[in-house]
Design a protein around this ligand. Structure first.
Ligand code: ARG
Length: 463
C-alpha cells in the first residue's frame, strides 16, 4: 500500500508506476537519506515527540538498513516510488507502527532537498580532492620537465617560445579556480531545508538548529516555500562542473595536438591509448578524446536543469524529480575523467628533440627582433613594421632570423648591429621576459612555488 493511498480509490496504472518512480536512480541517495533521518529522529526525541527507547530502535534499524545497502542487500522495489518511501518501507518491515512516527514534522519535499544538498556536499569534497591530485601531478611534471621550450601558440600558429612548465601551470591555475568555485557553491549548498515541511513549515516546535549542527550545515533556511523548491545549488554545481569539463576539454585538445604525428611532442602511454580494429598501425589518444567528448553531456546536464526549473511555479512540482540524474551524471563524469587524467598525465613522455626542433621554425623570435629595435630607440610600431618586412624576406629566401647576415639586416635598419644575434635564441627570448607571471625561468619557478604552496595548504586544510 502506498503512503498516500488513503485518498485514492483506484490502483496506480502500471505504466504510471514506471513513469513516476525515481527509485531506479535516487537509490544513490540512500546514505544521505539515512543521515537526514537520523538527525530528524534525534531532533524529534529532543523535543519529546519520540521517546528515548523509540529513538534507539529507529536508529538501530537504520544502521541495519545502511549495512544492507553498503553490502548490496537492500531491496529496491518500483512500487517504493523513491528512496524515501523505500527506506520507510524497510523500517516498517522491521519495526511496524513505530516506523510510521518517523515522518512527523517532515515532508518528502524538505527531505529530498536535504538529501540532495548532502549529496552535493560530499561530491564537492570528493571532486576537490580529485582536482588537487591532478594539479599535483601537473606540478610534478613542471618540476621534472618544466624548462623544456616549445612554441607558444595563438590561433594554433607558432607565436613565441614558452616553457613547458608555463603551459602546464596555466591548467593548474584553471583547476585552482574550479576548486575555489566549488567552495563557493558549498557555502550556499549548506543551508538546511529540513524542517520546512511540505511548503509552509510545520506545526511542531522543531529544533532546526540542532539538525543543522548534526548534519554539518552552516545555516538554516529562512523561508520554507523557497527551501523546498530551491534547486539553485544543483544549477550552480552543474555549472561549475561544466567549467571543469571545459578545462579538461582544452587540456585534452592540447594533448591530442601534441600527440599527432605532425607535432609529436608527447607520447601517451599504451595504457591510456587504444587501437583500431582495421588499421593495424593506429594508436589513438582516446582518453583525451573521451574527456573532450564527455564535456558535451555535462553541458547538456546544465541546460537540462536550467530548463526544468524555468517557469516552475512555487513551490515543489514533480518536474523537480528531474534534478537528479543530470547532477549524478556530471559528478560521476568529472570524477572518472579526473581519475583517468591523473594516471594518464603521469604516464606521458615528452619528446624533447621534436619540441626543440619545432622552436627553430616559425619565427618565434620575431617579437624579440622587434624589441631589439625598440632598444635602439625605434618606436614599437616602426619596429614591428621593419621586423615584418625582414620576416617576409626570410620566408622568400627560406632562412630563419638567425641565418640572415648582418649586411642584409642593415638594409632594413642601419641601427641593427652584431649584437642582434644575441637576442634571437629561444633561451634568451625566455630569459628576457620580465613581467610578473611571464614565461621566464624565474617567473615560472616562482609561480610553480606559489601554486605548490596553495596546494599544500589546501591539502592540509582538508585533513
Ligand atoms: N521523489 C521525489 C523527488 O525526487 C521526492 C519528493 C516527492 N514529493 C512529492 N510531493 N511528491 O522529487
Amino acid at each position: 500500500m502506498k503512503a498516500w493511498q488513503g485518498r485514492f480509490s483506484e490502483k496506480t496504472d502500471v505504466l504510471m508506476e514506471v513513469f513516476n518512480a525515481s527509485i531506479p536512480y535516487d537509490q544513490k541517495l540512500c546514505l544521505e537519506d539515512i543521515e537526514g533521518s537520523v538527525a530528524h529522529i534525534q531532533m524529534l526525541t529532543k523535543i519529546r515527540i519520540l521517546s528515548e527507547s523509540e529513538c534507539d530502535q529507529l536508529l538501530e534499524a537504520l544502521v541495519q538498513i545502511k549495512t544492507d545497502f553498503i553490502e548490496g542487500n537492500l531491496s529496491f522495489e518500483l512500487s517504493d516510488e523513491d528512496i524515501h518511501m523505500c527506506i520507510e518501507r524497510q523500517l516498517t518491515e522491521k519495526l511496524g507502527d513505530l516506523a510510521k512516527k518517523m515522518h512527523t514534522a517532515r515532508s518528502r519535499n524538505d527531505q529530498v532537498a536535504t538529501d540532495l544538498r548532502l549529496y552535493v556536499k560530499y561530491a564537492i569534497h570528493r571532486i576537490k580532492e580529485e582536482l588537487k591530485n591532478v594539479m599535483s601531478t601537473l606540478i610534478k611534471l613542471t618540476e621534472q620537465h618544466g624548462e623544456l621550450i616549445l612554441p607558444g601558440m595563438t590561433h594554433l600558429q607558432k607565436a613565441q617560445p614558452i616553457l613547458l612548465g608555463f603551459h602546464l601551470n596555466a591548467y593548474v591555475h584553471m583547476f585552482k579556480r574550479d576548486i575555489e568555485r566549488l567552495d563557493d557553491v558549498l557555502k550556499r549548498t549548506l543551508v538546511l531545508p529540513l524542517g520546512s515541511g511540505a511548503l509552509s513549515g510545520t506545526n511542531y516546535e522543531t529544533d532546526r538548529e540542532f539538525m543543522k549542527e548534526k548534519l554539518g550545515f552552516l545555516e538554516v533556511s529562512g523561508n520554507a516555500l523557497d527551501a523546498v523548491s530551491d534547486r539553485d545549488f544543483v544549477i550552480e554545481m552543474n555549472s561549475v562542473l561544466a567549467i571543469v569539463m571545459m578545462h579538461y576539454s582544452r587540456l585534452s585538445e592540447d594533448l591530442i595536438v601534441w600527440n599527432t604525428q605532425a607535432f609529436d611532442f608527447i607520447t601517451i602511454s599504451d595504457a591510456f591509448s587504444t587501437g583500431s580494429s582495421l588499421m593495424p598501425q593506429k594508436k589513438n589518444p582516446d582518453a583525451c578524446e573521451l574527456a573532450r567528448g564527455k564535456t558535451g553531456r555535462v553541458y547538456g546536464n546544465l541546460m537540462n536543469i536550467l530548463t526544468v526549473m524555468k517557469g516552475l511555479s512555487l513551490s515543489y512540482n514533480k518536474d523537480m524529480q528531474e534534478d537528479k540524474e543530470g547532477l549524478f551524471d556530471s559528478v560521476e563524469t568529472v570524477e572518472i575523467v579526473s581519475k583517468v587524467y591523473n594516471k594518464m598525465l603521469e604516464s606521458i613522455t615528452f619528446n624533447v628533440d621534436n619540441m626543440s626542433k619545432a622552436t627553430e621554425s616559425g619565427f618565434l623570435n620575431a617579437t624579440e627582433l622587434a624589441d631589439y629595435l625598440v632598444s635602439k630607440n625605434i618606436p614599437f610600431r616602426d619596429a614591428h613594421h621593419i621586423t615584418g618586412a625582414v620576416v617576409k624576406y626570410c620566408i622568400d629566401q627560406s632562412v630563419g632570423l638567425m641565418g640572415l647576415d648582418l649586411k642584409t639586416y642593415q638594409r632594413y635598419s642601419p641601427l641593427i648591429e652584431m649584437d642582434v644575434y644575441d637576442c634571437l635564441s629561444c633561451e634568451v627570448a625566455i630569459k628576457n621576459k620580465k613581467s610578473y607571471g611571464s614565461t621566464s625561468y624565474l617567473e615560472v619557478k616562482a609561480d610553480t612555488k606559489r601554486l605548490g604552496e596553495w596546494l599544500f595548504n589546501s591539502f592540509t586544510d582538508s585533513l
